[in-house]
Write a protein that binds this ligand. Structure first.
Ligand code: ADP
Ligand code: MG
Length: 682
């Protein structure tokens, strides 16, 4: 029978049912799975010159046994066996613990190789590995594997050796010659051999390089295939917007668009005009001016005869957006409606009717907008603010309703490029990488909790100048009572501290939406000067007179989130301040606070956040949805990721990819993952 790497692992000598079950617990079922169980590190057994070895370092030496072994016992089971070993010109000691049986193994003048920790003062190696004979008979690197249950790293290593012995002919190349040649990559079978049994560091590096590229290429092919499918099969419509009106609208704005805003508007308009469905991510740091871009897009779509919808994560934000859309678009004769949970009964009925009749041009609200009983006459564009809170699910709902509008996702979380092309690889991305002129960066300080008194005095100075302040308390789970209590305590403390001089309000997620609105409105109108809040104010809230923010326990937030929060101040023309109250315990915690005080650039922060916390934590637990790679690391291998992405785009759009034999393995891969039938989007 011909061997295939899809054979079950029980085909490998030494793997019985019990071992197979243990391996299965690690998702190793086939020979191929076993081969892809890569070592996570290597033990280095290369010979070293003792003069170069530092105290307590690991070392491997070969030498001649120079004395009869001497054996000492401590208690019943513990023993120490010492032999003198002549290594080159040096006479050293080799000590074996609890291996009394070795006493008869070594004779004078035997050549042996030992490995272990070097004690420079005692000129002694505490042996952890040994081998009779000279070093040549020993492998220089030992691969070390993750294990489970009764499995050992050595056992796994033996199985892999066995697998490579019998299956190396069965390992088929899955990359086209073009890639192997262009990047000088090892063949798949060579790469397995080198990764598991390398002769030197270079072999490990080359093997890794090959698998990193393979993983990224597969992943990007899947993304690009999905994207192509979307374009070709998603029923979109070409929207012939009125450029004249659009230009006129832009000229009514109180400010000129930044270059970055203009570029993004053009990118969006090109998508609107194209016959395929837009699927675009719009990234822009807090305050970069995404709202006006979204208003222009919606207006464009309306001039082409379609309705638009703007979805936001909270009702507070919906109200704010409705207000700013009204001030911009109503003068253009556009009818805007705001649908929130407080719109009820007859009013709601009328609104839904207006939407169905096409009398309402633009609907703003939370995600309830596209669910429930809402139907549009002719929905052409859906814009979602703070993309990471919605996503795939929302598109499914629209599709279920038979709606195929253009979609634009806006996010103020500057997603590092490597994550953006990983998590949103099937989307087009526009970036607003420029701030409107005249913004002053928020001055940020880090203070220990002990300094609270001074921080409050500082805050009072701002208040005395007629300014307002946010005091943010951490809230990890909206339902966490402890966290809410935290905010209440701070609220009470501040009420006592400022007495009748300033009025303090409290806002957290457990309040009813009326109470939340009331608190927000009072703050907006400067009826309260201090707003104690949990992270509900994180997104979008706009009160330009607020120039001061204190963030409690800042070390509990991610950098990206701190940056979002901080973006609530610095929205006017005056200097704003942000104080991070934190007593971080770890070096990384301190580093994070320091970074916050040093930069106002959201992209820099998010890159650092990614480095410090890793991709899994970047988006928070709820929506990581990031792919897991066996070998590749999105952060450190980003160059390979870019290369693989470019190649994937090129392949997907070339005829040869779909026809030539060279690319058959990649096509098969796509077939298997379902990317070609577009299943992934449902
Ligand atoms: P975000 O991208 O965080 O949603 P906004 O759209 O809320 O930012 O814009 C922040 C502020 O900047 C708003 O007050 C808006 O009116 C203003 N703004 C937007 N674009 C410009 C511009 N080109 N020039 C000056 N101010 C602008
Ligand atoms: Mg915004």
């Amino acid at each position: 029978m011909t061997k295939s790497i899809c054979d079950p692992i029980t085909e490998i000598k030494g793997i019985g049912e019990e071992t197979a079950a243990n391996l299965a617990a690690m998702n190793i079922v086939t020979v191929g799975d076993l081969l892809e169980h890569f070592p996570y590190r290597y033990e280095d057994y290369r010979l070293r010159d003792l003069t170069e070895v530092k105290h307590e370092e690991r070392v491997t030496v070969e030498g001649k046994v120079h004395s009869e072994p001497s054996l000492q016992f401590f208690g019943k089971k513990k023993s120490r066996l010492t032999i003198r070993l002549l290594v080159g010109r040096y006479l050293i000691k080799a000590v074996f613990f609890n291996q009394a049986y070795l006493k008869t193994t070594f004779s004078i003048n035997d050549m042996i190789t030992v490995s272990g920790k070097w004690d420079q003062h005692r000129q002694t190696i505490t042996v952890s590995q040994y081998k009779s004979g000279s070093h040549q008979q020993m492998e220089e690197f030992e691969s070390i594997y993750a294990t489970k249950g009764k499995l050992t790293s050595k056992g796994i290593r033996r199985f892999i050796k066995e697998a490579l012995k019998h299956y190396s002919q069965a390992i088929e190349e899955n990359l086209p010659p073009y890639c192997l040649q262009t990047y000088q990559l090892l063949s798949r079978s060579e790469a397995f051999r080198s990764y598991h049994f390398p002769k030197n560091n270079e072999e490990v590096k080359q093997a890794r390089r090959r698998f990193v590229y393979e993983e990224f290429l597969h992943f990007q092919l899947k993304m690009q295939a999905l994207r192509k499918m979307e374009r070709e099969h998603a029923a979109g419509s070409a929207k012939h917007y009125n450029l004249q009106k659009l230009k006129q609208f832009i000229s009514t704005l109180p400010f000129p668009l930044t270059t970055a805003q203009k570029r993004t508007v053009n990118e969006i308009c090109a998508d609107l005009k194209a016959p395929f469905r837009m699927n675009r991510l719009l990234q822009g740091d807090v305050g970069s001016g995404k709202t006006v871009v979204s208003a222009i897009a919606i207006y464009a779509s309306i001039t082409a005869g379609y309705q638009g919808a703007l979805m936001v994560p909270t009702e507070i934000l919906a109200e704010q957006h409705a207000a700013s859309f009204r001030s911009m678009l109503e003068p253009m004769g556009i009818k805007i409606a705001l649908l929130t949970s407080s719109v009820k009964g007859k009013k709601r009925q009328e609104m839904l009717q207006g939407l169905q009749d096409g009398e309402i041009d633009c609907m703003i609200g939370t995600h309830a907008l596209i669910q429930e009983d809402v139907s549009f006459q002719n929905l052409g564009l859906v814009i979602t603010d703070e993309q990471h809170r919605f996503g795939v699910e929302q598109r499914r709902i629209l599709k279920d309703k038979g709606l195929y509008p253009d979609t634009l996702f806006m996010t103020a979380t500057p997603i590092p490029r490597t994550l953006a092309i990983t998590a949103f690889g099937e989307m087009d991305v526009s970036i607003i990488d420029e701030m409107p002129a005249g913004r002053k960066p928020v001055e940020t300080y880090w203070a220990k909790h002990e300094m609270l008194e001074r921080v409050l005095q500082f805050m009072e100075k701002e208040l005395r100048n007629g300014r307002q302040a946010y005091v943010i308390c951490p809230l990890i789970e909206e339902s966490d009572k402890l966290d809410v209590q935290n905010a209440i305590d701070v609220y009470e403390m501040l009420t006592t501290y400022y007495g009748s001089r300033y009025s303090v309000a409290l806002m957290h997620g457990r309040l009813s939406s009326q109470d939340k609105d009331a608190a927000m409105q009072a703050f907006s109108a400067n009826k309260t000067q201090i707003l104690v809040a949990t992270t509900v104010v994180e997104v979008g809230v706009n009160v330009p007179n607020a120039t001061m923010m204190i963030i409690y326990d800042a070390e509990r937030f991610g950098l990206a989130q701190l940056h979002q929060l901080r973006g609530r101040v610095g929205r006017g023309s005056d200097q704003s301040f942000c104080v991070l109250l934190a007593n971080p315990k770890t070096a990384i915690g301190k580093e994070r606070m320091r970074i916050m005080t040093e930069t106002n650039d959201g992209f820099v922060l998010s890159e650092r956040d990614l480095e410090l916390r890793g991709p899994g934590d970047f988006f928070g637990k709820k929506q990581s949805g990031l792919p897991e790679f066996k070998v590749a690391d999105m952060v450190h291998d980003y160059r390979a990721l870019e290369t693989a992405r470019k190649d994937a785009i090129k392949f997907i759009h070339s005829e040869s990819f779909w026809e030539q034999e060279d690319y058959a393995p990649l096509r098969n891969y796509l077939e298997k993952t379902g990317a070609l039938s577009g299943n992934k989007l449902d």
